[in-house]
Design a protein around this ligand. Structure first.
Ligand code: NDP
Ligand code: GDR
Length: 376
């Protein structure tokens, strides 16, 4: 890329899990990276602080702009100023359970936000210059019609989030067909990392168990542990987001590992990384995860017989997506993409990161400082 003109990318949702990994990835490829961050009353750039560049230095290749997917004029102005070669639309109200609480806002951001960005490209006459990536989701399959799910599997969304993302999926396809835009959907199955938001199930589990192991908390309260997911690592998935925009023709791809485990199994494996062996007893709201044994002094605050996991129906969803399993054959065959990080490696990384934080918090607590460990 050194002799070529430097490519410019604009990322919405840059302060989120995927946005932060994608920004790192594009910077390493020599891109000029612009990102949209929301105004908040507290700093909200934790995930990108390590790549932040002081606005007072010249020749920055990482710039953040205040903005919001609900604000058309702001989006048009940022796209006009940055003239991106590639837009990655990762911004969203991305929590499925929260979308039942705030359905209208979710639709505004996740569905209409996508339309606003596509319109910004069109209004500015950038249809032939700017390539567009839409963060579509396995939640589109919802009540699954076929297993495993692939690009041709019919959609059956089961939440306001998924319905909003369905609009975003089709408006992306529609602008590609209607205006010849290079616009495509990555239908990504769940992907996690140590940067995953604390209220998504994997991070809730690794963080919660790490806190319990250090005596900062006593029990993890969970929803539907029968739920089955195909979990990959965000690091592998953002690489694929970029690959999708480097093809001759825009196409939609399923990105998944092809391996499925239950929430319960994820909890067991995470506990095992902390040296805790868990047995699950009961069913439904009576189900508990009981400590069978603890390896050496691996989890100093835990002993055999402790109940570490209980079910709280508060975390059940009005309509649940019980099972998701992706078939990434098209991505493998057409783009040569395969995930490189296994589920167990990812669990190891997430547990290690949360354990380090828990140990620091435990130390602070021992010295009389107040430490917040809430699960939500
Ligand atoms: P996160 O929740 O970690 O990040 C979402 C980002 O969107 C944050 O930067 C957030 O800002 C921003 N955002 C929220 N509302 C607005 C708004 N109104 N205007 C502008 N930005 C907004 O999500 P992930 O990184 O995990 O996911 C990235 C995208 O991929 C999302 O669209 C998600 O729906 C989708 N997706 C995710 C999958 C996953 O398993 N992670 C799987 C499939 C799809 P702030 O930091 O201020 O909250
Ligand atoms: P999901 O992820 O809804 O698949 O959406 P989440 O981690 O929230 O839930 C996965 C499954 O775990 C069950 N579950 C719980 N979930 C949470 N959050 N908290 C709990 O206590 C709990 N107990 C059980 C859920 O019911 C569900 O079945 C994620 C998001 O990143 C979306 O943006 C993305 O589109 C999809 O993945 C693919």
């Amino acid at each position: 890329m050194s002799q070529d003109k430097q490519k410019v990318a604009l990322i919405t949702g840059i302060t989120g899990q995927d946005g932060s990994y994608l920004a790192e990835f594009l910077l390493a490829k020599g891109y000029m990276v612009h990102g949209i961050k929301r105004r908040a009353s507290l700093f909200n750039t934790d995930r990108v602080d390590h790549i932040y560049q002081d606005p007072h230095v010249s020749h920055r290749n990482f710039v953040l702009h205040y903005g919001d997917l609900t604000d058309s004029t702001n989006l048009i102005r940022i796209v006009q100023q940055t003239q991106p070669d590639e837009i990655y639309n990762l911004g969203a109200q991305s929590h499925v359970a929260v979308s039942f609480e705030s359905p209208e806002y979710t639709a505004d951001v996740d569905a209409l936000g996508t339309l606003r960005l596509l319109e910004a490209i069109r209004i500015l006459g950038l249809e032939k210059k700017t390539r567009f990536y839409q963060a579509s989701t396995s939640e589109l399959y919802g009540l699954v019609q076929e297993t495993p799910q692939k690009e041709t599997t019919p959609f059956y969304p089961r939440s306001p989030y998924a319905v909003a993302k369905m609009y975003a999926y089709w408006i992306t396809v529609n602008y590609r067909e209607a205006y010849g835009m290079y616009a495509c959907n990555g239908i990504l199955f769940n992907h996690e990392s140590p940067r995953r938001g604390e209220t998504f199930v994997t991070r809730k589990v690794t963080r919660g168990l790490a806190n319990i192991s250090q005596g900062l908390d006593s029990c993890l309260y969970m929803g539907n542990m029968d739920s089955l997911r195909d979990w990959g690592h965000a690091h592998d998935y953002v690489r694929m987001q970029w690959m999708m925009l480097q093809q001759e023709q825009p196409e939609d791809f399923v990105i998944a590992t092809g391996v499925q485990v239950s929430v319960r199994e994820f909890i067991k494996r995470s506990a095992a990384r902390l040296g805790i062996s868990l047995r699950f007893e009961g069913r439904g709201v009576d189900e508990t995860g009981i400590v069978e044994s603890v390896q050496g002094d691996a989890a100093p605050a835990v002993k055999a017989g402790d109940v570490l996991v209980r079910v709280d129906p508060r975390y059940f969803r009005p309509a649940e997506v019980e099972t998701l399993l992706g078939d990434p054959t098209k991505a493998k065959e057409k783009l040569g993409w395969t995930p490189q990080i296994t589920l167990d490696q990812m669990i190891e990384e997430m547990v290690a990161s949360d354990l380090e934080a828990a140990r620091q918090h435990a130390l602070l607590k021992r010295h009389g400082f107040k430490v917040a460990v809430s699960q939500e």
